[in-house]
Ligand binder design. Structure first.
Ligand code: MSP
Length: 525
């Protein structure tokens, strides 16, 4: 049995609830995790929340709440949404957890003992008006700090630094050789370009407590806390059991690590994951063959009022809330749309009209009709693959076989949209098969009993296969389909079991009840 260790980022969103971009990442990973379980892999899916840092402290100060209270409040929103969306993660990260704090401190002490950390002063830019330190990210395209920052002064500050520059040569080689995997392939060039610019800079990994108290204390210098990225990145190993205490309930690190797919969005590839994280792992002594593979997804953007594509942001007020969509349309529909209307690795534009259109076409019309017609007819005439066979029935079985093969290849390559299109092609084939064979007419002619039973068997059997194939994307709906088919109620069927003949001869199916009721857009505001 192969094992899959699958991780997604710890989300931080100090100012509010998660948006559909965050939901996409988690649903995408969930679909892959569920698929891998179906394939027979032993899966460990880890995800969670990143709770420390300046943004959290600032938001708490602005709202006049204790920062720990704010972290708890936000974490609850994430947990509630992930539950609504049916995430099936095995491990849950919270970076304020003591087990994580201890691991971060052990790693810091090890690196300190090995001479990987040093203390030095540097000059920082500080906005007097905004009362905050600025980084290069805050500069305009011309390299200057814009007028919104008011007077920007330079302050000297002492901090702890990680000798990142000592690992850059190794990293370049690891990226070039593929030892450190980055998918899709075009993202590798982005990292290699960034490495040209990084040169010999080291990474500042601390903040003085006088300006940031909301972090993990540096164990050998208690006036400082750990920089949020250094702390957060370690979640991937701390919650996998790295340097865990004896008797800890965390997994066994050696059994889990490395991550087969480490899912992140494109905005945090450079420098956080491709440079800081890889060099941190290298400094920790993780060998080359145990480097994780980064799987980088694109962004969900939104349409602006002028019809252009724009990034979702609180300032623009264009955030699409997944909790509202799940409430309005149901979790399965949102899951379907989020993985169906984006090509893995690329960006997509969120479009509520396409969400409704794709649902109404592919699920309500195509699959819903197939189910409804098949089950209605099968209720009166037991489906059975009798000796009857013709070109039509053969072609249907071929269509299912080819759709299943395409689905598997696509899912193995993280191409969920491709897998769903393959499923839909078989559904469309089945509906055409019903139109051409007209079982409702065959039912009126006793001499056609064998053909009728066979025709019905072909569509019901197809539905049983489809329920299994769709279960990673539509877990709740797939369970309903199984139940109406009276097929595999304990959901034990695996991918390898999908051979013709899942349903026994003369199988009595259950009562049809719409699983995908059409969304009537005329009733919407
Ligand atoms: N807290 C850090 C990650 C630390 S993990 C060591 C972080 N959090 S985040 O909340 O800003 O983003 C979480 C994930 O959501 C990231 O992978 C990010 O790329 C992804 N997305 C954020 N906006 C997104 C879209 N609009 N679309 C798709 N994914 C998006 O980064």
């Amino acid at each position: 049995m192969s094992k899959t260790f699958f991780i997604t980022t710890a989300i931080d969103y100090p100012n509010g609830a998660p948006h559909i971009g965050h939901a996409y990442e988690k649903v995408f990973a969930d679909v892959v995790a569920r698929y891998r379980r179906l394939r027979g892999d032993e899966v460990y899916y880890l995800t969670g929340v990143d709770q420390h840092g300046q943004k959290m402290q600032k938001t708490a100060d602005e709202e006049g709440v204790n920062v720990a209270t704010l972290a708890k409040r936000n974490t609850k929103k994430f947990i509630a949404l992930w539950e609504t969306l049916g995430l099936s993660h095995d491990g849950w990260v919270e970076t304020t957890d003591d087990r994580h704090k201890q691991c971060v401190q052990k790693i810091l002490s090890d690196l300190h003992d090995e001479g990987q950390l040093y203390k030095k002063s540097s000059i920082l830019s500080y906005s007097v008006r905004q009362e905050q330190y600025l980084t290069d990210k805050d500069r305009n395209s011309d390299g200057e700090f814009g007028p919104e920052w008011g007077e920007v002064i330079e302050l000297e500050e002492e901090n702890w630094w990680f000798k990142l520059s000592e690992h850059v040569e190794w990293l370049r080689g690891a990226v070039e050789s593929g030892t450190f995997g980055i998918l899709p392939d075009f993202r590798r060039a982005e990292v290699l370009n960034a490495l040209e610019r990084t040169g010999d800079t080291d990474l500042c990994i601390s903040r003085p407590k006088e300006r940031l108290h909301w972090g993990i204390e540096i164990p050998f210098d208690p006036d400082f806390v750990t920089y949020v990225w250094f702390d957060a990145l370690i979640n991937y190993v701390s919650f996998a059991g790295y340097r865990k205490d004896e008797g800890s309930d965390l997994p066994e690190f050696d059994e889990l690590w490395p991550a087969d797919a480490h899912v992140i969005g494109k905005d945090i590839l450079v420098p956080a994951h491709s440079i800081y994280w890889s060099c941190m792992l290298h400094a920790m002594g993780i060998p080359d063959e145990q480097m994780p593979t980064l799987l980088v997804h694109g962004f969900w953007n939104v349409k602006s009022s002028s019809g252009d594509e724009e990034k979702m942001s609180k300032t623009l007020g264009n955030i699409v809330d997944p909790a509202v969509l799940a409430e309005q349309y149901g979790a399965d529909l949102l899951r379907y749309y989020l993985v169906r209307d984006i090509s893995t690795g690329k960006d997509a534009t969120f479009d509520p009209e396409r969400l409704v259109m794709l649902f109404n076409t592919e699920l309500a019309n195509d699959l819903g009709n197939l189910l409804n017609r098949s089950l209605t007819l099968a209720k009166r005439n037991a489906p059975c693959h009798t000796g009857y066979d013709d070109d039509e029935t053969k072609a249907l079985r071929e269509s299912l076989e080819s759709a299943t093969a395409t689905y598997k290849t696509a899912m193995d390559a993280y191409d969920i949209a491709g897998a769903l299109k393959a499923i839909n092609s078989h559904v469309v084939h089945c509906n055409g098969f019903l139109e051409r064979n007209k079982p409702w007419e065959l039912a009126k002619d006793e001499t056609q009993a064998d053909r009728l039973a066979t025709v019905l068997y072909h569509v019901c059997e197809s539905c049983a296969h489809l329920a299994v194939l769709l279960s990673p994307v539509l877990p709740a709906s797939a369970a309903k389909i199984r139940s109406q088919l009276r097929f595999d109620p304990d959901q034990e069927a695996m991918l390898a079991d999908l051979q013709w003949g899942l349903l026994p001869p003369n199988h009595q199916t259950g009562k049809p009840k719409p699983v995908f009721p059409r969304i009537d857009t005329s009733k919407e505001d």
